[in-house]
Design a protein around this ligand. Sequence first.
Ligand code: UDP
Length: 240
Amino acid sequence: AQGAPRFRRVLVKLSGEALAAPDGYWLHPPTLAALADDIARAVEKGFEIALVVGGGNVIRGARVSAAGWIDRATGDSLGMMATVMNSLALETALNAAGVTARTMSAVSMPTICETYARQPALHHLDKGQVVVLAGGTGNPYFTTDTAAVLRAAELKCDAVLKATQVDGVYSADPKTNPDAVRYERLSHDEAIARDLKVMDTAAFALARDGGLPLIVGSVHAPSSVTAILTGAAPSTLVAP
Ligand code: UDP
């Protein structure tokens, strides 16, 4: 879209559900391969990509702990490990798609992947490698949306692309309200004033404080990450 700023280094946040199979199985290899291909194409176009993937296709701490048999912090540990599983799967698919990807986990698992540290992550990005940031923030009671904003700020990303099921931020739920309109651009403050849920509160507050631009778009169509980043597919930009 005209006037949309061009970002170079982008943190792409995928929800775990983006990897799930239609029958509910946690991982769908064809979907994974298509996503990896899309990211590889974005890298070819000159974008520097850091990825954060959620774990909701496997486990969410709040949900399992609500059932009462496990406490929240332990449930969140399971969730963080789920993000490591998804990250390793993505790393594998990215390498198969022809880009060098490395998983760095906030929860150290030295026999499985690198432990996240800022300087090496910056070096990988400078070399055009994709870093897959696993383990969320490494702390319970947070989400991978918060991890995405935190890492984007640390790694000098120009924006966070939150890849969802919907092609942007709407004035109302587009699935239930035919009058819902998609915003082209909003400020962080406008999103709060209109009570638009772009990300969870902690993540959004961090983005607003840092003046970090957020792009919301859909990963439903093939090659959507590249299309959103090049302005060929619709999205909403939340920026100061
Ligand atoms: N999680 C956590 N700390 C973090 C990030 C994630 O404890 O910094 C746990 C939490 O239990 C969460 C789960 O990992 O429910 C999966 O992450 P998330 O719900 O953000 O995944 P998504 O909804 O994006 O698939």
